[in-house]
Design a protein around this ligand. Structure first.
Ligand code: PEP
Ligand code: CO
Length: 454
């Protein structure tokens, strides 16, 4: 699977896998047992990598195509993966919904798609406060399964270094299953029974989707009759993985040199990204990410100043490469028109090489009167629509979308074809942190994206 392209570039002189320690460290757990922490980091440092440098290089090439408008990026998955959701149906349903969404775009827009899951490592969460108070009791915040447990008890909330090893193992199990499914022809377009979600037939979008699958099958049949042989490689669907590179000890332990390549690779994932809360110029996260060969994402929002954007891009793309840097913007539907044009203009003037990607989730979060964190489908749809339009008007283009979604039938976001109401949220609200699009809403959004793209 791996492509051995020799990379002879010298690592940055003033950077090492530890140089982040001299910078401002934010959003980290405070581990009570530093010896246990060091032991886990040592162990992690010698365990095999989860991805290969060849795969990372291939993804960077695909992202360069995204940057040049020749490919579209779909990045999606849970807000926070959990160890308990590392099960066969949950993993395969998430792949199914990503396959279905990509088919809608490939067929509707005639553009190849690169699929990147928010999975196999999305276990660390930034929090707005270090502690959480409930009924007068104050405990450390839940920072994701890689750090502590979500239960609101003193024992559960203690940061436990061993959980990093568990995160590594669950990431490896997830990647192993994804690779096995893909190699076994799970995504073969001739066999929708493998990758079709059973409940698609009850969905308001069912007819649209089945028409599409039929049209694709017809085209393949036609091509095969014309060619007088089977069309090869139809099962060759690739998935890449990504997560927020938040846990600095974990990310450092998986950042390595590999034989026959110069430079360092973060081999915990293909595409690490930096969250909005850790994207400052003096940030330890920016420091660790600026020295690696992987493509890197960075979240930006309405608080991102023009100078900051330029300096950040120069830091994170030191060799001015294509396909290296993804700016994932998240403004909220009602703010995007105000804030995005300035950033596009600045990027153009500074000749920054970037992929623009819209995260229509994180600027559209709200709370209901009955205490649920939710998002309205309509706002999500609107932000994607405005992303396409704003880029076009300003002489740029949107390369992809970054979504929180699941292949399960959850009730976490309001609206969509089934018009989920506030009263429906309690029916199947299972997310650990942020509300996700369910499979139907995700598919509905894919159809909308196809229309916006066209
Ligand atoms: C996230 O992607 O789950 C997240 C926390 O996003 P942001 O950094 O944009 O707030
Ligand atoms: Co989130």
């Amino acid at each position: 699977m791996s492509v051995l392209v020799e990379n002879k570039r010298k690592p940055l002189e003033d950077w090492s896998v530890e140089s982040w320690r001299r910078k401002s460290v934010r959003q980290q757990a405070s581990y009570p047992d530093s010896k246990a922490l060091a032991e886990v980091v040592d162990r992690l440092s010698i365990l095999p990598p989860l991805v290969t440098s060849g795969e990372v290089t291939r993804l960077k090439k695909y992202l360069a195509e995204v940057q040049h408008g020749q490919r579209f990026l779909i990045q999606g998955g849970d807000c926070a993966e959990s160890f308990s959701d590392c099960t066969s149906p949950i993993i395969s349903n998430r792949l199914k919904v990503l396959i279905q969404m990509s088919l809608v775009l490939i067929h509707g827009c005639r553009i190849p798609v690169v699929r990147v899951g928010r999975f196999a490592g999305q276990y660390a969460k930034p929090r707005s406060a270090d502690t959480e108070i409930r009924d007068g009791v104050t405990l450390p915040s839940f920072r994701g399964d890689i750090v502590n447990e979500n239960d609101f008890t003193e024992v559960a909330r203690v940061p436990e270094p061993k959980r990093m090893l568990e995160a590594y193992h669950h990431s490896a199990m997830t990647m192993n299953f994804v690779r096995a499914l893909v190699d076994g022809g799970f995504a073969d377009i001739r066999h929708p029974e493998y990758w079709n979600l059973a409940w698609v037939k009850h969905s308001p979008n069912a007819n649209k989707f089945h028409d599409l699958v039929e049209k694709i099958s017809d085209s393949i049949n036609f091509a095969e009759i014309l060619a007088g042989r089977e069309v090869k490689n139809l099962s060759n669907v690739e998935f890449f993985c990504s997560h927020e590179a938040l846990h600095l000890h974990y990310e450092q332990a998986l950042t390595r040199q590999v034989p026959r390549q110069s430079g360092y690779y973060n081999l915990s994932t293909h595409l690490p990204w930096i969250g909005l809360r850790t994207n400052q110029l003096d940030s330890a996260h920016v420091e660790l990410m600026r020295g690696i060969e992987n493509p890197v994402g960075v979240k930006i929002g309405k608080e991102t100043e023009s100078d900051h954007l330029v300096d950040l891009c120069r830091l994170l793309n030191p060799h001015d490469e294509d396909g290296k840097l993804i700016l994932i913007h998240r403004f909220g539907a009602q703010h995007i028109e105000t804030y995005l044009p300035r950033l596009i203009d600045v990027a153009k003037k500074a000749k920054l090489k970037v992929v623009w990607c819209s995260d229509p989730m994180h600027g559209n979060t709200e709370s209901t009167s009955n205490g649920y964190k939710t998002r309205r489908f309509e706002n999500i749809r609107k932000e994607v629509e405005m992303s396409f339009k704003t880029h076009k008007i300003n002489g740029s283009h949107l390369g992809g979308v970054h979504l929180e979604l699941t292949g399960e039938n959850v009730t976490e976001c309001l609206g969509g074809a089934r018009a989920l109401q506030e009263a429906d949220l309690s029916k199947a609200y299972t997310t650990q942190v942020d509300p996700r699009l369910n499979y139907e809403q995700a598919l509905e959004l894919a159809f909308a994206i196809k229309d916006f793209y066209r």
